[in-house]
Design a protein around this ligand. Structure first.
Ligand code: SOE
Length: 393
Protein backbone atom coordinates (compact mmCIF):
# COMPACT_ATOMS: atom_id res chain seq x y z
CA UNK A 1 0.00 0.00 0.00
CA UNK A 2 1.53 3.33 -1.04
CA UNK A 3 1.79 6.38 1.19
CA UNK A 4 -1.43 8.38 1.52
CA UNK A 5 -2.42 11.76 0.12
CA UNK A 6 -5.15 12.89 2.51
CA UNK A 7 -7.64 15.19 0.78
CA UNK A 8 -10.03 17.82 2.14
CA UNK A 9 -12.52 19.19 -0.38
CA UNK A 10 -14.45 22.47 -0.10
CA UNK A 11 -17.74 22.52 -2.06
CA UNK A 12 -19.79 19.50 -3.07
CA UNK A 13 -22.09 20.55 -5.93
CA UNK A 14 -21.44 19.71 -9.60
CA UNK A 15 -17.65 20.12 -9.53
CA UNK A 16 -17.42 18.61 -6.04
CA UNK A 17 -19.21 15.51 -7.28
CA UNK A 18 -16.96 15.33 -10.35
CA UNK A 19 -13.82 15.65 -8.23
CA UNK A 20 -15.12 13.14 -5.69
CA UNK A 21 -15.60 10.44 -8.31
CA UNK A 22 -12.05 11.17 -9.51
CA UNK A 23 -10.56 10.84 -6.02
CA UNK A 24 -12.58 7.64 -5.46
CA UNK A 25 -11.49 6.07 -8.73
CA UNK A 26 -7.99 7.23 -9.52
CA UNK A 27 -5.96 4.71 -7.50
CA UNK A 28 -8.15 1.84 -8.66
CA UNK A 29 -7.04 2.29 -12.26
CA UNK A 30 -3.69 4.10 -12.18
CA UNK A 31 -0.51 2.95 -10.40
CA UNK A 32 0.61 6.00 -8.49
CA UNK A 33 3.19 6.89 -5.84
CA UNK A 34 0.47 8.08 -3.42
CA UNK A 35 -2.93 6.77 -2.53
CA UNK A 36 -5.76 9.35 -2.24
CA UNK A 37 -7.78 9.24 0.96
CA UNK A 38 -11.01 11.25 1.09
CA UNK A 39 -10.72 12.63 4.64
CA UNK A 40 -13.17 15.52 4.83
CA UNK A 41 -15.69 17.45 2.73
CA UNK A 42 -16.86 20.96 3.59
CA UNK A 43 -20.03 22.87 2.69
CA UNK A 44 -22.23 25.58 4.17
CA UNK A 45 -25.36 23.55 4.85
CA UNK A 46 -24.95 21.07 7.76
CA UNK A 47 -27.56 18.66 6.34
CA UNK A 48 -26.38 19.10 2.76
CA UNK A 49 -22.75 18.41 3.54
CA UNK A 50 -23.59 15.41 5.71
CA UNK A 51 -25.64 13.92 2.89
CA UNK A 52 -22.92 14.73 0.34
CA UNK A 53 -20.25 13.06 2.49
CA UNK A 54 -22.25 9.83 2.55
CA UNK A 55 -23.18 9.92 -1.11
CA UNK A 56 -19.79 10.97 -2.50
CA UNK A 57 -17.63 8.85 -0.19
CA UNK A 58 -15.98 11.29 2.24
CA UNK A 59 -15.00 10.01 5.70
CA UNK A 60 -16.03 13.13 7.63
CA UNK A 61 -17.66 16.50 6.99
CA UNK A 62 -17.65 20.06 8.30
CA UNK A 63 -19.24 23.44 7.61
CA UNK A 64 -16.01 25.38 8.31
CA UNK A 65 -13.40 25.48 5.52
CA UNK A 66 -10.77 26.79 7.95
CA UNK A 67 -11.10 23.53 9.85
CA UNK A 68 -10.19 21.64 6.67
CA UNK A 69 -6.99 23.68 6.42
CA UNK A 70 -6.15 23.42 10.13
CA UNK A 71 -6.46 19.64 10.27
CA UNK A 72 -3.20 17.70 10.59
CA UNK A 73 -4.73 14.81 8.67
CA UNK A 74 -5.24 16.82 5.45
CA UNK A 75 -2.35 17.09 2.94
CA UNK A 76 -4.24 18.63 0.02
CA UNK A 77 -7.13 21.09 -0.20
CA UNK A 78 -9.38 20.74 -3.23
CA UNK A 79 -11.36 23.93 -3.94
CA UNK A 80 -14.68 23.37 -5.76
CA UNK A 81 -16.50 26.53 -4.66
CA UNK A 82 -17.64 29.54 -6.75
CA UNK A 83 -14.83 31.88 -7.83
CA UNK A 84 -15.33 34.53 -5.13
CA UNK A 85 -13.88 32.21 -2.47
CA UNK A 86 -10.99 30.65 -4.41
CA UNK A 87 -8.35 33.22 -3.44
CA UNK A 88 -9.07 33.29 0.30
CA UNK A 89 -9.17 29.50 0.64
CA UNK A 90 -6.16 28.85 -1.61
CA UNK A 91 -3.98 31.48 0.08
CA UNK A 92 -4.81 30.13 3.55
CA UNK A 93 -4.15 26.55 2.43
CA UNK A 94 -0.80 27.41 0.83
CA UNK A 95 0.23 29.36 3.94
CA UNK A 96 -0.56 26.26 6.00
CA UNK A 97 1.68 24.15 3.75
CA UNK A 98 -1.15 22.22 2.05
CA UNK A 99 -1.05 21.25 -1.61
CA UNK A 100 -3.91 22.93 -3.50
CA UNK A 101 -6.16 21.87 -6.35
CA UNK A 102 -8.37 24.78 -7.47
CA UNK A 103 -11.23 24.65 -9.98
CA UNK A 104 -11.14 27.03 -12.94
CA UNK A 105 -11.13 29.92 -13.51
CA UNK A 106 -8.40 30.45 -10.92
CA UNK A 107 -9.94 33.63 -9.50
CA UNK A 108 -12.44 36.39 -10.15
CA UNK A 109 -9.85 39.08 -10.92
CA UNK A 110 -6.30 39.48 -12.16
CA UNK A 111 -5.27 40.94 -8.79
CA UNK A 112 -6.44 37.82 -6.95
CA UNK A 113 -4.90 35.51 -9.54
CA UNK A 114 -1.55 37.33 -9.26
CA UNK A 115 -1.57 36.94 -5.49
CA UNK A 116 -2.42 33.25 -5.76
CA UNK A 117 0.27 32.61 -8.38
CA UNK A 118 2.89 34.41 -6.27
CA UNK A 119 1.90 32.42 -3.16
CA UNK A 120 1.98 29.14 -5.11
CA UNK A 121 5.43 29.94 -6.53
CA UNK A 122 6.74 30.80 -3.05
CA UNK A 123 5.26 27.59 -1.66
CA UNK A 124 7.05 25.47 -4.29
CA UNK A 125 10.30 26.06 -2.42
CA UNK A 126 8.72 24.25 0.55
CA UNK A 127 7.63 21.33 -1.65
CA UNK A 128 4.00 22.52 -1.73
CA UNK A 129 2.32 21.91 -5.13
CA UNK A 130 -0.70 23.52 -6.73
CA UNK A 131 -2.73 23.02 -9.86
CA UNK A 132 -5.74 24.64 -11.54
CA UNK A 133 -8.48 22.32 -12.78
CA UNK A 134 -8.85 22.70 -16.53
CA UNK A 135 -10.18 19.17 -17.05
CA UNK A 136 -10.76 19.13 -20.82
CA UNK A 137 -7.04 19.09 -21.64
CA UNK A 138 -7.10 15.64 -19.98
CA UNK A 139 -9.60 14.17 -22.42
CA UNK A 140 -7.39 11.60 -24.22
CA UNK A 141 -8.33 12.90 -27.69
CA UNK A 142 -7.30 16.44 -26.66
CA UNK A 143 -4.04 15.15 -25.18
CA UNK A 144 -3.48 13.23 -28.43
CA UNK A 145 -4.12 16.41 -30.40
CA UNK A 146 -1.36 18.10 -28.40
CA UNK A 147 0.97 15.16 -29.03
CA UNK A 148 0.38 15.20 -32.81
CA UNK A 149 0.92 18.97 -32.99
CA UNK A 150 4.13 18.72 -30.94
CA UNK A 151 5.34 15.95 -33.27
CA UNK A 152 4.89 18.34 -36.21
CA UNK A 153 2.17 16.27 -37.87
CA UNK A 154 0.14 19.29 -39.00
CA UNK A 155 3.11 21.59 -39.53
CA UNK A 156 2.85 25.30 -38.80
CA UNK A 157 -0.55 26.18 -37.36
CA UNK A 158 -2.35 28.93 -39.26
CA UNK A 159 -5.91 28.79 -37.92
CA UNK A 160 -7.38 27.95 -34.51
CA UNK A 161 -11.18 27.79 -34.35
CA UNK A 162 -12.74 27.15 -30.95
CA UNK A 163 -16.31 27.22 -29.67
CA UNK A 164 -17.90 26.33 -26.34
CA UNK A 165 -21.69 26.35 -26.67
CA UNK A 166 -24.35 25.87 -24.00
CA UNK A 167 -28.05 26.81 -23.79
CA UNK A 168 -29.06 26.47 -20.14
CA UNK A 169 -30.19 30.09 -19.71
CA UNK A 170 -32.04 30.67 -22.99
CA UNK A 171 -35.31 30.88 -21.02
CA UNK A 172 -35.57 34.50 -19.71
CA UNK A 173 -37.39 33.14 -16.64
CA UNK A 174 -34.43 30.99 -15.64
CA UNK A 175 -33.42 32.32 -12.19
CA UNK A 176 -30.54 34.61 -11.33
CA UNK A 177 -28.23 31.85 -10.04
CA UNK A 178 -24.72 32.61 -8.77
CA UNK A 179 -23.09 32.02 -12.16
CA UNK A 180 -24.99 35.10 -13.42
CA UNK A 181 -23.68 37.42 -10.69
CA UNK A 182 -20.32 39.11 -11.27
CA UNK A 183 -19.49 39.46 -7.58
CA UNK A 184 -19.67 35.67 -7.17
CA UNK A 185 -18.64 34.29 -10.57
CA UNK A 186 -16.30 37.02 -11.85
CA UNK A 187 -17.70 36.85 -15.38
CA UNK A 188 -20.28 34.86 -17.31
CA UNK A 189 -19.80 32.58 -20.32
CA UNK A 190 -16.37 34.14 -20.74
CA UNK A 191 -14.74 32.87 -17.54
CA UNK A 192 -16.91 29.80 -17.04
CA UNK A 193 -16.60 28.16 -20.45
CA UNK A 194 -14.46 30.55 -22.52
CA UNK A 195 -11.62 29.85 -20.09
CA UNK A 196 -11.78 26.16 -21.05
CA UNK A 197 -11.29 26.79 -24.78
CA UNK A 198 -8.52 29.29 -24.04
CA UNK A 199 -6.73 26.61 -22.02
CA UNK A 200 -7.42 23.83 -24.54
CA UNK A 201 -6.19 25.80 -27.56
CA UNK A 202 -3.07 27.13 -25.85
CA UNK A 203 -2.33 23.60 -24.55
CA UNK A 204 -2.73 21.83 -27.89
CA UNK A 205 -0.91 24.45 -29.97
CA UNK A 206 1.84 25.29 -27.47
CA UNK A 207 1.16 28.93 -28.37
CA UNK A 208 -0.08 31.74 -26.11
CA UNK A 209 -2.68 34.35 -26.95
CA UNK A 210 -0.97 37.73 -27.20
CA UNK A 211 -3.75 40.10 -28.32
CA UNK A 212 -7.52 40.05 -28.78
CA UNK A 213 -10.46 41.99 -30.16
CA UNK A 214 -13.72 41.06 -28.53
CA UNK A 215 -17.41 41.60 -28.03
CA UNK A 216 -19.65 40.43 -25.23
CA UNK A 217 -23.44 40.47 -24.92
CA UNK A 218 -26.00 40.07 -22.16
CA UNK A 219 -29.23 39.14 -23.93
CA UNK A 220 -31.42 38.91 -20.82
CA UNK A 221 -30.54 41.79 -18.46
CA UNK A 222 -32.84 40.85 -15.53
CA UNK A 223 -33.98 37.51 -14.18
CA UNK A 224 -36.19 36.21 -11.37
CA UNK A 225 -34.41 35.97 -8.04
CA UNK A 226 -33.90 32.32 -7.11
CA UNK A 227 -35.91 30.95 -4.21
CA UNK A 228 -34.00 29.31 -1.37
CA UNK A 229 -34.74 25.91 -2.89
CA UNK A 230 -33.21 26.79 -6.25
CA UNK A 231 -29.71 25.93 -5.06
CA UNK A 232 -26.44 27.28 -6.44
CA UNK A 233 -26.96 25.99 -9.95
CA UNK A 234 -30.70 25.62 -10.43
CA UNK A 235 -31.27 23.52 -13.51
CA UNK A 236 -34.64 24.99 -14.52
CA UNK A 237 -36.87 28.00 -14.10
CA UNK A 238 -38.83 26.27 -11.31
CA UNK A 239 -37.73 27.57 -7.93
CA UNK A 240 -37.69 31.23 -9.02
CA UNK A 241 -39.59 34.07 -7.30
CA UNK A 242 -41.54 37.00 -8.83
CA UNK A 243 -38.92 39.64 -7.92
CA UNK A 244 -36.18 40.18 -10.51
CA UNK A 245 -32.54 41.17 -10.24
CA UNK A 246 -29.85 42.33 -12.66
CA UNK A 247 -27.68 39.91 -14.58
CA UNK A 248 -24.21 41.38 -14.14
CA UNK A 249 -22.19 39.06 -16.39
CA UNK A 250 -21.95 38.32 -20.11
CA UNK A 251 -24.24 35.72 -21.67
CA UNK A 252 -21.89 35.36 -24.64
CA UNK A 253 -18.31 36.35 -25.45
CA UNK A 254 -16.72 36.27 -28.91
CA UNK A 255 -13.19 37.23 -29.80
CA UNK A 256 -10.47 37.10 -32.42
CA UNK A 257 -6.93 36.47 -31.25
CA UNK A 258 -3.32 36.44 -32.39
CA UNK A 259 -1.13 33.73 -30.89
CA UNK A 260 2.57 34.15 -30.27
CA UNK A 261 3.52 31.31 -32.66
CA UNK A 262 1.89 32.99 -35.64
CA UNK A 263 -1.57 31.41 -35.60
CA UNK A 264 -4.74 33.48 -35.80
CA UNK A 265 -7.80 32.33 -33.89
CA UNK A 266 -11.54 32.73 -33.35
CA UNK A 267 -13.29 31.98 -30.06
CA UNK A 268 -16.98 31.83 -29.19
CA UNK A 269 -18.35 31.09 -25.71
CA UNK A 270 -22.09 31.33 -25.18
CA UNK A 271 -24.93 30.12 -22.99
CA UNK A 272 -27.44 31.04 -25.70
CA UNK A 273 -26.70 28.44 -28.41
CA UNK A 274 -30.17 26.90 -28.34
CA UNK A 275 -29.92 23.13 -28.60
CA UNK A 276 -26.23 23.00 -27.75
CA UNK A 277 -25.90 21.55 -24.26
CA UNK A 278 -22.14 21.31 -23.82
CA UNK A 279 -20.77 21.65 -27.33
CA UNK A 280 -17.01 22.10 -27.44
CA UNK A 281 -15.21 22.10 -30.75
CA UNK A 282 -11.56 22.90 -31.45
CA UNK A 283 -10.16 22.86 -34.99
CA UNK A 284 -6.58 23.49 -36.01
CA UNK A 285 -5.51 24.05 -39.62
CA UNK A 286 -1.79 23.70 -40.26
CA UNK A 287 0.58 23.73 -43.21
CA UNK A 288 0.64 19.90 -43.29
CA UNK A 289 -2.84 19.01 -42.11
CA UNK A 290 -5.74 19.64 -39.75
CA UNK A 291 -7.04 18.25 -36.46
CA UNK A 292 -10.57 18.50 -35.09
CA UNK A 293 -11.92 17.66 -31.63
CA UNK A 294 -15.65 17.62 -30.91
CA UNK A 295 -16.69 16.90 -27.30
CA UNK A 296 -19.93 15.23 -28.40
CA UNK A 297 -17.65 12.58 -29.93
CA UNK A 298 -15.02 12.83 -27.22
CA UNK A 299 -13.44 9.43 -27.92
CA UNK A 300 -12.51 10.49 -31.45
CA UNK A 301 -10.05 12.84 -33.11
CA UNK A 302 -10.34 13.84 -36.78
CA UNK A 303 -7.06 14.11 -38.64
CA UNK A 304 -6.48 15.37 -42.17
CA UNK A 305 -2.98 14.47 -43.29
CA UNK A 306 -2.05 16.66 -46.27
CA UNK A 307 1.27 14.82 -46.70
CA UNK A 308 -0.50 11.71 -48.02
CA UNK A 309 -0.85 11.19 -51.79
CA UNK A 310 -3.78 13.31 -52.98
CA UNK A 311 -5.88 10.24 -53.73
CA UNK A 312 -5.59 9.06 -50.11
CA UNK A 313 -6.36 12.37 -48.46
CA UNK A 314 -9.48 13.05 -46.43
CA UNK A 315 -10.40 13.46 -42.77
CA UNK A 316 -9.77 10.22 -40.92
CA UNK A 317 -11.33 9.37 -37.58
CA UNK A 318 -8.91 8.15 -34.92
CA UNK A 319 -10.74 6.20 -32.24
CA UNK A 320 -8.76 7.24 -29.17
CA UNK A 321 -9.09 3.99 -27.22
CA UNK A 322 -5.74 2.29 -27.83
CA UNK A 323 -3.34 1.60 -24.97
CA UNK A 324 -0.74 3.90 -26.53
CA UNK A 325 -3.15 6.82 -26.53
CA UNK A 326 -2.79 9.23 -23.58
CA UNK A 327 -4.23 7.80 -20.31
CA UNK A 328 -5.97 4.89 -22.08
CA UNK A 329 -3.72 2.01 -21.04
CA UNK A 330 -5.22 2.21 -17.54
CA UNK A 331 -8.81 1.72 -18.72
CA UNK A 332 -10.49 -0.87 -20.93
CA UNK A 333 -9.47 -2.99 -23.94
CA UNK A 334 -9.27 -1.15 -27.32
CA UNK A 335 -12.57 0.19 -28.62
CA UNK A 336 -14.18 0.57 -25.17
CA UNK A 337 -15.19 4.18 -24.68
CA UNK A 338 -14.76 6.51 -21.73
CA UNK A 339 -16.73 9.62 -20.62
CA UNK A 340 -16.69 13.16 -19.21
CA UNK A 341 -15.84 12.06 -15.67
CA UNK A 342 -12.62 10.40 -16.81
CA UNK A 343 -11.13 13.82 -17.57
CA UNK A 344 -11.25 14.57 -13.83
CA UNK A 345 -9.76 11.20 -12.94
CA UNK A 346 -6.88 11.98 -15.31
CA UNK A 347 -6.52 15.39 -13.67
CA UNK A 348 -6.11 13.78 -10.24
CA UNK A 349 -3.79 11.16 -11.76
CA UNK A 350 -1.44 13.86 -13.00
CA UNK A 351 -1.68 15.81 -9.74
CA UNK A 352 -0.93 12.80 -7.53
CA UNK A 353 1.92 11.73 -9.79
CA UNK A 354 3.48 15.22 -9.64
CA UNK A 355 3.18 15.45 -5.85
CA UNK A 356 4.53 11.93 -5.46
CA UNK A 357 7.61 12.50 -7.58
CA UNK A 358 8.12 16.06 -6.30
CA UNK A 359 7.54 18.10 -9.44
CA UNK A 360 5.10 20.89 -10.24
CA UNK A 361 1.87 19.87 -11.93
CA UNK A 362 0.37 21.73 -14.91
CA UNK A 363 -1.54 23.91 -15.37
CA UNK A 364 0.14 25.72 -12.48
CA UNK A 365 -1.37 28.77 -10.80
CA UNK A 366 0.97 30.84 -12.99
CA UNK A 367 -0.44 29.15 -16.11
CA UNK A 368 -3.94 29.88 -14.79
CA UNK A 369 -2.96 33.51 -14.13
CA UNK A 370 -2.02 33.81 -17.81
CA UNK A 371 -5.53 32.57 -18.73
CA UNK A 372 -6.98 35.15 -16.31
CA UNK A 373 -4.97 37.81 -18.15
CA UNK A 374 -6.51 36.68 -21.45
CA UNK A 375 -10.00 36.88 -19.90
CA UNK A 376 -9.15 40.37 -18.67
CA UNK A 377 -7.92 41.46 -22.11
CA UNK A 378 -11.15 40.14 -23.66
CA UNK A 379 -13.27 42.13 -21.17
CA UNK A 380 -11.21 45.29 -21.73
CA UNK A 381 -11.38 44.89 -25.49
CA UNK A 382 -15.16 44.39 -25.42
CA UNK A 383 -15.46 47.65 -23.49
CA UNK A 384 -13.05 49.70 -25.60
CA UNK A 385 -13.92 47.98 -28.92
CA UNK A 386 -10.17 47.96 -29.69
CA UNK A 387 -7.47 45.36 -30.21
CA UNK A 388 -5.99 44.77 -26.74
CA UNK A 389 -2.73 43.17 -25.69
CA UNK A 390 -2.70 40.44 -23.06
CA UNK A 391 -0.61 41.65 -20.12
CA UNK A 392 2.42 39.56 -19.33
CA UNK A 393 2.51 37.26 -16.32
C1 SOE B 1 -21.35 25.41 -16.29
O1 SOE B 1 -21.37 26.20 -17.40
C2 SOE B 1 -20.29 24.31 -16.37
O2 SOE B 1 -20.55 23.45 -15.32
C3 SOE B 1 -18.86 24.82 -16.22
O3 SOE B 1 -18.66 25.50 -15.01
C4 SOE B 1 -17.90 23.66 -16.35
O4 SOE B 1 -16.58 24.08 -16.20
C5 SOE B 1 -18.16 23.04 -17.71
O5 SOE B 1 -17.31 21.98 -17.94
C6 SOE B 1 -19.56 22.56 -17.82
O6 SOE B 1 -20.41 23.64 -17.61
Amino acid sequence: MSEQLRVGMVGYAFMGAAHSQAWRTVNRFFDLPLSARMRVVCGRSPDGVAAAAGKLGWETHTTDWREVIDRDDVDLVDICTPGDTHAEIALAALAAGKHVMCEKPLANSVAEAREMAAAATAAQARGVRSMCGFNYRRVPAVALMQRLVAAGRIGAIRHVRAVYLQDWIVDPEFPLVWRLRKEVAGSGALGDIGAHIIDMTQFVTGQSIKSVTAMTETFVPTRPLPSASAGLSAASSSGASAARGDVTVDDAALFLARLDGGAIATYEATRFATGRKNGIRVELNGSLGSLVFDFERMNELSFYDATLPTADQGFSRILVTEPDHPYMAAWWPPGHLIGYEHSFTHEMRDLIEAIGVGKDPAPSFTDALQIQLVLDAVSRSAESTRWTDVESV
